[in-house]
Design a protein around this ligand. Structure first.
Ligand SMILES: [Zn+2]
Length: 219
């Protein structure tokens, strides 16, 4: 009896819903704890990406927010995408009040790392955002080059690494459309810039970028 009680407690501890930012156990209906909710920044951080495209992100890449992304991407906390998308949706509405988007799309992964991780974190964010913003999400880009991770490179090498890495799957989907492009984190803006540049070849009417985190204030 006592062993069963311990086992039940242990199981509920392991599988309980947790706050993405501080790991505190929260109710099943909650997306994050009240303390972290109150501490979330009220205004997003705007930043340009390579090529001069507009971009925005609600969180700075450090501390609890950096850890939340690491857990989301590398420790299989895919369900965090709901809390993250809610935050991003608010920021997108604030940063682009003048924009009416036709659809959401996302930075793709090459098939090899995608197979290894099992999911594309940017696609998960785009999928949840599609619910929040009542817009379809469409896969428009394909990553045709298995590039080195961007954080291992500096300056010009980041640009060279991504050159020719993406292609538009179907130009007709993009032509004359207003596109919201999603990534998880903006560091130097090279990835979103290169994806925007590739999408631009299909002549969309607008491209705006949004991410969950940015290192904007860290440079
Ligand atoms: Zn918390």
């Amino acid at each position: 009896m006592i062993f069963r009680k311990i086992k039940d407690k242990f199981t509920s501890f392991l599988f309980s819903n947790r706050c993405p930012y501080c790991s505190k156990v929260i109710e099943n209906y909650e997306l994050c704890c009240q303390k972290c909710e109150k501490a979330l920044p009220k205004h997003g951080v705007c930043q340009g990406v390579t090529g001069g495209y507009r971009s925005t992100a609600p969180l700075i890449y450090r501390g609890r927010y950096r850890r939340a992304l690491i857990n989301f991407k590398f420790h299989n906390r895919q369900h965090y995408s709901k809390a993250f998308a809610k935050l991003m949706a608010k920021d997108i509405k604030c940063s682009y009040p003048d924009m009416v988007f036709d659809f959401i799309t996302y930075v793709p992964m090459h098939k090899k790392p995608l197979k290894k991780r099992g999911f594309n974190q940017s696609e998960l964010l785009a999928k949840e955002l599609s619910q929040e913003l009542h817009l379809p999400y469409i896969c428009t880009l394909d990553k045709i080059k298995n590039t080195k991770p961007q954080h291992t490179l500096n300056g010009r090498k980041r640009l060279e690494n991504l050159k020719g890495a993406f292609r538009v799957i179907d130009k007709n989907t993009v032509r004359n459309r207003s596109v919201l492009l999603i990534d998880d984190v903006i560091t130097t803006g090279t990835t979103l810039g290169e994806c925007s540049k590739t999408l631009n070849k299909a002549k969309p009417s607008h491209i705006c970028c949004a991410a969950l985190l940015t290192t904007a204030h860290l440079y």
